[in-house]
Ligand binder design. Structure first.
Ligand code: V47
Ligand code: SF4
Length: 393
């Protein structure tokens, strides 16, 4: 039996262990699904080492030491937004005519061209919801990107943006997704999910797409054969059961479609927004969040920690609490976190640094594309040799 399984068994044989934790732990050892009650119990009663050992067992069963990253860049078309999420430090309210940026198609194509010859595999397009940035506008942008660089994977637009565009264009989510896919959209990022339960959603982001709308758009994408991600904004006013409810809705859709790749818990940051009075979660809470997610989301292949948000050292730590992907970019220009007070104000990390960061905690760095096809295994590369590969690509 592998050492990790022995450790987990020893953990469950402790006489002082609460019976409900033993039941949940045994389910994990026997590869059985956790109920919602099990999930809440783990959050409420388990220690960090308890959930950590079990989550690491699941992580290593699924992926061994492999830790994925990819090379992408972001385009943020605008920070002007018609919505008014209370946690958002980034948007400028359209209704109040606040100053913001608004990129033209040509400016966005200029960003795309600036990566010519660089070994990026993905562009992540996400931003505020601007009334003049319609479905036609983005379909035209995507056609231009594909004409310029056909193999570049376009991951873009959350259901918040899509729902607004589709309603304006008077098309159903299913029709809208089909048109966007035909224009070049390859997959959806995980944003806009926040907390699905209306009790919390009403308080933090009442005016944007609701849980059913979010899930319907992802389901439509899955039915077209597209893969998508899912996030959860945690660590603010929600209770543990709201987190479990959120993850359960995602797990149910995944049972139906199998279209999700990755679950990404996003730590709420309280800098410069309308929820600045809400304290941020501790690092213990953050690691517990990742661990319980790995245990509860048994049908999600991947669990991602977004390193610009957590900082490099905490991102390393997540790799022992269930995480097998740390996103990773050569030049991440996203502002949504730096404006909310993330750990990394200038979130750019070279491949060399990212590989070293993963190796330092004895994991195997593997570069992937958006769909987790392996691009390069860096396990046996000498430090610095990535630079050569970058030049040669
Ligand atoms: O939905 C906004 C979050 C999300 C704050 O799919 C905040 O690969 C914390 O979803 N504190 C958008 N979080 C970004 C996103 C994402 C990021 C990286 C990778 C992927 C992927 C998706 O950002 C929003 C919201 O949940 N957010 N404000 C804040 N103050
Ligand atoms: Fe707009 Fe997104 Fe900010 Fe909400 S989180 S206000 S939808 S940019």
């Amino acid at each position: 039996m592998p050492e990790r399984a022995l450790i987990a068994e020893a953990l469950l044989s402790q006489p002082s262990l609460l019976p409900e934790l033993r039941i949940a732990g045994e389910k994990v050892l026997n590869k059985e699904r956790l109920t919602e009650e099990d999930g809440v119990v783990l959050f409420e009663k388990a220690s960090l080492p308890f959930v950590g050992i079990l989550a690491n067992l699941v992580r290593e069963r699924l992926h061994g030491d492999t830790t994925y990253f990819n090379r992408n860049f972001h385009i943020e078309p605008t920070n002007v937004c018609v919505f008014s999420c209370k946690f958002c430090s980034y948007s400028r309210l359209y209704a109040k005519r606040e100053e913001g940026w608004e990129l033209s198609t040509e400016q966005m194509m200029h960003i795309v061209r600036s990566y010519d010859g660089k070994p990026v595999t993905e562009v992540h397009i996400v931003g505020g919801v601007h009334p003049r940035m319609t479905m036609q506008f983005f379909m035209d942008l995507m056609r231009q990107i594909k004409a310029h660089r056909p193999e570049l994977h376009i991951k873009g637009y959350t259901p918040v943006e899509l729902d607004y565009m589709f309603r304006k264009a008077k098309v159903s989510p299913e029709e809208g997704m089909k048109l966007m896919h035909e224009a070049g959209l390859d997959s959806l990022p995980g944003g806009g999910a926040e907390i699905f339960h209306p009790e919390i959603r009403q308080q933090i982001c009442a005016d944007k797409v609701d849980a059913e709308g979010w899930l319907r758009i992802h389901e439509a994408a899955h039915n077209l054969g597209m893969h998508t991600n899912a996030t959860m904004l945690y660590g603010h006013i929600e209770k543990y059961w709201h987190r479990i409810d959120h993850m359960k809705r995602l797990r149910d859709l995944q049972d139906k479609t199998g279209g999700f790749n990755t679950f990404i818990p996003l730590k709420f940051r309280n800098h410069d927004n309308e929820m600045s009075n809400v304290p941020e979660s501790s690092v213990i809470e953050d690691m517990k969040m990742y661990a319980v997610a790995r245990l509860f989301m048994d049908n999600f292949p991947h669990l991602k920690a977004y390193w610009p948000m957590l900082g490099r050292q905490n991102a390393q730590l997540t790799l022992s609490f269930g995480v097998n992907d740390i996103d990773g970019t050569i030049d991440d220009t996203t502002k949504i976190y730096s404006m909310a007070g993330s750990e990394e104000q200038n979130p750019a990390m070279s491949t060399t640094e990212l590989v070293a960061l993963i190796k330092q905690v004895n994991r195997k760095p593997v570069e992937r594309d958006t769909l987790y096809n392996v691009i390069k295994d860096y396990t046996d590369t000498a430090p610095g040799s990535e630079v050569l590969t970058e030049v040669l690509h």
